[in-house]
Ligand binder design. Structure first.
Ligand SMILES: *Cc1c(COP(=O)(O)O)cnc(C)c1O
Length: 380
């Protein structure tokens, strides 16, 4: 029976065989496992290669993303690196020009070392297909909605284009989680997550995951993750499962509060622009409605304020914390230009549309009126 997402989440590790009949699967911290006799191949032998607690999380993520398997790694970036390692020496990678800062920097550095060529492109631009035909990339990286401008890329269109040039496609699904978007259903070969964000949702674990559409790709990545020694720890996996159980409930609240705040901020005279795919005025509102099951908890906005006054505004906030990262139960605000996107050169920032008056918020689970009032009183 194909189960609904809520059922998958509430049943992770429930009613597994355990000598004490524990309802919740225990955490397996043991680094190694017993061989019954010579020639025996136990399911797990050493925790870097395989661990029952990590496996539980991997199986849950594979089921949620409709993949054939998942590899859980120790950070989101090690999952990005794992996928980068699929690119042959001298190969070409196409990435969004406004992708996650860490991904941007990693592929730039891989290029500097002569390992591959990274092309940062606007994937919604009219000339994108012709550029891809010319580059003939080995890998196309998709990240939608993008960070911090919440631009939406048509996953189905990009994966179709990729197939024409024999490129593999990855979709970084961190911003929406499997509760709101399923890239494999839309044609992607891999889904990548920083589980640090919505998957764990409790701001206490850094982790990553790659889910593969095919068994062959999954087995290859599984072996590579073991070779690199980047697999996630049992403790982190256990915490992440605990957070994951309430994913759909959390995402519903993130959606509701973010839409409310985006709508209200749009009406404010000191707010010049609000970027949120849930607004009818957003350029990719229709596309977001089609490929997403919700608009998510992330939004950004430009305010009419001298850059020198930005710190005063931020200091007046009582609920929002000035911090990087996102996707937790707590509301955060960040200044992309000087924080998450600091690695970009001034030209790259202009190209990506990251201005000095842009603020990004991760809308948490606090009361939505309290959140709005916090922003409004700081603005006024
Ligand atoms: C945070 C993040 C990453 C990197 O993950 P870490 O867990 O910080 O290593 C990659 N992509 C996106 C979209 C992110 O938000």
């Amino acid at each position: 029976m194909k189960k609904k997402i809520e059922t998958i989440l509430a049943s992770i590790g429930i009613k597994k065989q355990d000598s004490h009949g524990a309802v919740v699967d225990p955490i397996y911290l043991s680094t190694n496992y017993k061989f019954a006799k010579l020639g025996d191949h136990p399911e797990f032998d050493y925790s870097r290669s395989g661990n029952p607690t990590r496996r539980l999380l991997e199986d849950a993520l594979a089921a949620l993303e409709d993949g054939k398997g998942a590899v859980v790694t120790n950070t989101g970036m090690s999952s990005v690196m794992l996928l980068g390692a699929l690119v042959p020496l001298g190969g070409n990678v196409v990435l969004p020009h406004d992708c996650y800062g860490g991904t941007f920097r990693l592929f730039k550095n891989l290029e500097k070392r002569g390992l591959l060529k990274a092309h940062y492109l606007d994937q919604s631009a009219e000339d994108f297909p012709s550029k891809v035909q010319t580059i003939k990339p080995n890998l196309i990286w998709i990240e939608t909605p993008s960070n911090p401008l919440l631009r939406v890329v048509d996953i189905e269109a990009v994966t179709k284009l990729a197939k024409q040039v024999n490129a593999l496609t990855v979709c970084d699904n961190t911003f929406l989680s499997p509760a709101l978007q399923n890239p494999i259903e839309l044609g992607a070969d891999f889904v990548m997550h920083s589980t640090t964000k919505y998957i764990n949702g409790h701001t206490d674990v850094v982790g990553g995951a790659v889910i593969s559409k095919t068994k062959e790709h999954h087995e290859k990545l599984y072996e590579m993750a073991n070779d690199f020694g980047i697999t996630g720890s049992p403790f982190d996996s256990y915490q992440t499962i605990r957070g994951l159980r309430t994913l759909t409930l959390r995402m519903q609240q993130h959606n509701t509060s973010a839409l409310f705040i985006a709508e209200e901020l749009s009406k404010h005279p000191k707010v010049l622009k609000v970027n949120y795919p849930g607004l009818a005025s957003h350029p990719s509102h229709e596309l977001a409605k089609k490929q997403q099951k919700g608009f998510g908890g992330m939004l950004s906005f430009e305010i009419d304020l001298e850059p020198s006054k930005m710190n005063d505004f931020l200091a007046r906030l009582e609920i929002f914390t000035l911090a990087e990262s996102l996707g937790g139960f707590e509301s955060l605000i960040c200044h992309p230009s000087s924080m998450t996107h600091a690695p970009l050169t001034p030209e790259e920032k202009i190209e990506a549309g990251i201005h000095e008056n842009l603020l990004r918020i991760s809308v948490g689970l606090e009361d939505k009126d309290d959140l709005l009032n916090d922003l409004l009183s700081a603005l006024n």
